[in-house]
Design a protein around this ligand. Structure first.
Ligand code: PLP
Length: 452
């Protein structure tokens, strides 16, 4: 059966818009991951838990902009803060009070961050964090678990997803760049290791220890199917990187300000040396950054503050015209205020349980080979029978069937995780229990439609 028939019927205007968009932008999207088969929906309005497309269709949205919309779309208090700041002062060349206030809050909330700098995206945050770690250690190589996504720059577009054969031995993975256009020399600077495998991780890190600046790792590997750390893995990695003098960077772009006010490090009780964050912190506006111990972050400070411009040539550079944009900072501060004052964390986690456990029940009832992986308010449906123990298990997941399920659900008015890899999806503060109940009914119909 054609699982896209109902979708096509209801989204004719989107199909036309897709053709129009393709004339000016590759594949009709601003960012690769926004595309799915047969064509994406084009949104012209969003509010609370809903987005609306050019055909006037309403969708109950769990994609939540791929993470940032922790309160839901256009939260009135956030929108108001944005308007006020835009009227008071938009971008200036000299630092703004509101951006410094935001950094005070971040240092206050995130346990391991003593000093912080702001960027516009998670990709910029990881790129700069790596430079600072390289400057601090004097080493060039970095290590990352295979299967992790850390941003759209060459250093971390390594061992993200690849042909299974190209990855080589699971205990000693090859480093494989993701897509074309990345020089081989960059791959040579990255060492991949298997997440959760202590023995292999230790062997690889010890072998490269003298050349390694940093280990950069997602505390929960959302980009590898929401792969969770096994007991003791992060403690082990903390001890090992301490012993080997390697900077431990936790990439909390997905987990930061979501799993707890202080992110995964607060939830798990472990302090990395550096942290990157983005998404939830900005409540939908471009806000991200990196921070760490004062000792490491001071790599950015010129040795001679009175002659900074010249002296900067000897330090790790961090700059950006739009860094800490005041309008985004206003959105961010207001988002954090609502998160704190309205006990949002308990609320979204409870809704996460309702949604993700509910989906597992539906899957079990329908009897389709799939299962749900989640933590707190973020999770994912994997079209596979086996448990997820490691990144390579994802090769056993049925991506086509996932795409069909997503499209069948979208045609019925609910957006779960975007294909092809099955991006995670989220519960937001705006979601109600009734909405989650309706989503589960739609999920069931969609599972039944693709179960053959
Ligand atoms: N790191 C992680 C763990 C991510 O999930 C992402 C984005 O999904 C990034 C970094 C890159 O962030 P951005 O898309 O804001 O550049």
């Amino acid at each position: 059966p054609d699982h896209k028939e109902l979708y096509r019927e209801r989204t004719q205007g989107n199909k036309e818009f897709f053709e129009r968009a393709k004339k000016v932008t590759p594949l009709g999207v601003e960012s690769n991951v926004r595309h799915f088969d047969p064509y994406p929906i084009y949104v012209n309005r969003a509010e609370g838990s809903y987005v609306y497309d050019v055909d006037g269709n309403e969708y109950l949205d769990f994609l939540m902009a791929l993470g940032p919309k922790i309160l839901g779309h256009n939260h009135p208090a956030v929108t108001e803060a944005v308007k006020e700041q835009a009227e008071r002062a938009d971008l200036t060349a000299t630092p703004q009070v509101i951006s410094i206030e935001l950094m005070e809050k971040i240092v206050d909330w995130v346990p391991s961050i003593e000093k912080v700098r702001l960027t516009n995206s998670g990709s910029e945050a990881t790129m700069h964090a790596l430079r600072v770690a390289r400057s601090y250690t004097g080493n060039d190589k970095i290590a990352k678990p295979e299967g992790g996504y850390g941003g759209a720059h060459d250093y971390l577009l390594q061992s993200v997803l690849a042909d299974e054969d190209a990855l080589g031995d699971e205990k000693r993975p090859n480093t494989v760049s993701y897509g074309s256009g990345i020089p081989d020399q960059i791959s040579d600077l990255t060492v991949a290791f298997p997440f959760n495998d202590k023995e292999a991780t230790e062997e690889i890190l010890r072998e490269h220890a003298d050349d390694l600046a940093a280990v950069i790792i997602e505390p929960v590997m959302f980009s590898a199917g929401c792969l969770k750390p096994q007991d003791g893995y992060h403690e082990f990695l903390r001890d090992l990187t301490d012993e080997l003098d390697i900077v431990l960077i936790w990439d909390e772009v997905m987990t930061g300000f979501r799993l707890a006010p202080g992110g995964a490090q607060e939830r798990f009780g472990i302090e990395p040396d550096m942290t990157t964050f983005a998404k939830a912190v900005g409540g939908g506006y471009q806000m991200a950054g990196f921070g760490g111990t004062a000792d490491i972050m001071n790599e950015i400070i010129p040795p001679d503050e009175s002659n900074a411009q010249e002296s900067w040539q000897t330090t790790a550079f961090h700059g950006g015209t739009y860094n800490g944009h005041p309008v985004s900072a206003a959105a961010s501060l207001k988002t954090l205020e609502v998160l704190e004052e309205e006990d949002v964390y308990a609320d979204i986690d409870r809704k996460g349980e309702l949604l993700f456990d509910g989906l597992q029940d539906v899957i079990d009832d329908v009897g389709i080979p799939a299962h749900v992986e989640y933590i707190g308010s973020a999770g994912q449906v994997l079209m596979m029978d086996d448990d997820l123990d490691g990144f390579r298990d994802l090769f056993g997941a049925n991506g086509d069937q996932f795409n069909d399920w997503f499209v069948e659900a979208a045609a019925r008015g609910v957006l779960f995780g975007i294909p092809p890899q099955g991006e995670r999806f989220f519960t937001a503060y705006s979601h109600t229990e009734d909405e989650i109940e309706r989503a589960l009914e739609v999920a069931e119909d969609a599972f039944k439609a693709v179960d053959h």
